[in-house]
Design a protein around this ligand. Structure first.
Ligand SMILES: *[C@@H]1O[C@H](CO)[C@@H](O)[C@H](O)[C@H]1NC(C)=O
Length: 257
């Protein structure tokens, strides 16, 4: 470098002009200017670094937001739930709980909601032509669990099958596709450990925490947007009458008369 060929500027107007320039190089105005330039440059770099960190953080948050936006009704995977070792029988009264009433999942969604969410059009709700009828996927899967359950029970009890064999097969495919589409990556522990330490033939994962979506929240959405649909399997009910089972007891068809 060839800095030394420059002459230090005179310091006549400075109060420090009497001091030796040789001993205090940073009092040299040229050096000071250069030092300030470096400080400015570093400040700009720090500012740029801070801004890009902030942008990166915002981008990560947006990506997270987009993941949550995959829920049509604002659900998040945020309910820590221990994995049960559920060996209740197929006849257990648990199956009759309103929580598992799959007809709850038949909903009437407004065209505004449908357009906003980019959903395909659907069959009209008979009591409001600005709404389409949809089945919430989880309830459709739950319906399939009940179809399989009924088929197994009828087989066990030597009864005729209620559902055609093709419907039972369809339900197997629905649940298989649920597993691959959800691709739940929770690693379930194995071995005679933790909650399974007392079992001779342990199953995997019992008691381990799995993070679920809020079923009650989905159920509430379904109840709030009910299509009032119910179709008994044991008797014929005319199509329109199947839409007269509103969970809140309301009778929207009467308003049309
Ligand atoms: C099963 O279906 C057959 C043929 O429709 C009928 O004859 C029989 O009575 C049914 N069995 C029972 C247990 O309902």
């Amino acid at each position: 470098m060839s800095f030394t060929k420059y002459e230090p500027l005179k310091q006549e107007t400075s109060k420090d002009s009497s001091e030796s320039e040789e001993k205090r190089p940073w009092s040299d105005e040229w050096s000071a200017t250069r030092a300030w330039k470096i400080v400015y440059a570093l400040s700009v770099l720090i500012a740029l670094s801070t801004v890009s960190n902030a942008l990166l953080f915002l981008q990560l948050r947006t990506t997270q937001g987009q993941l949550d936006a995959q829920s049509y009704v604002g659900l998040q995977r945020n309910v820590p739930t221990p994995i049960p070792h559920d060996d209740r029988t197929i006849d257990d009264e648990m199956w009759d709980s309103p929580e598992y009433d799959f007809y709850t999942g038949w909903v009437a969604l407004s065209d505004n909601f449908v357009q906003e969410k980019g959903l395909p059009g659907a069959m009209r709700f008979p009591w409001d032509s600005s709404k389409g009828i949809y089945v919430l996927h989880a309830y459709h899967s739950l319906h399939c669990v009940f179809v399989l359950r009924q088929s197994i029970m009828e087989h066990r009890d030597n009864l005729n099958q209620t559902w055609p064999f093709s419907h039972v097969t369809h339900c197997l495919h629905v649940l298989r596709e649920d597993a691959t589409c959800t691709a739940d990556d929770t690693p379930r522990y194995t071995g005679r450990l933790h909650d399974e330490s007392k079992h001779a033939e342990p199953s995997s994962g019992t008691g381990q925490i799995r993070t679920c979506r809020d079923w009650n929240k989905l159920r509430q959405f379904a109840l709030d947007n009910s299509a009032c649909y119910r179709r008994p399997v044991d008797r014929y009910v005319p199509l329109l009458d199947r839409y007269k089972n509103c969970p809140d007891g309301s009778k929207p068809w009467e308003e049309l008369e």
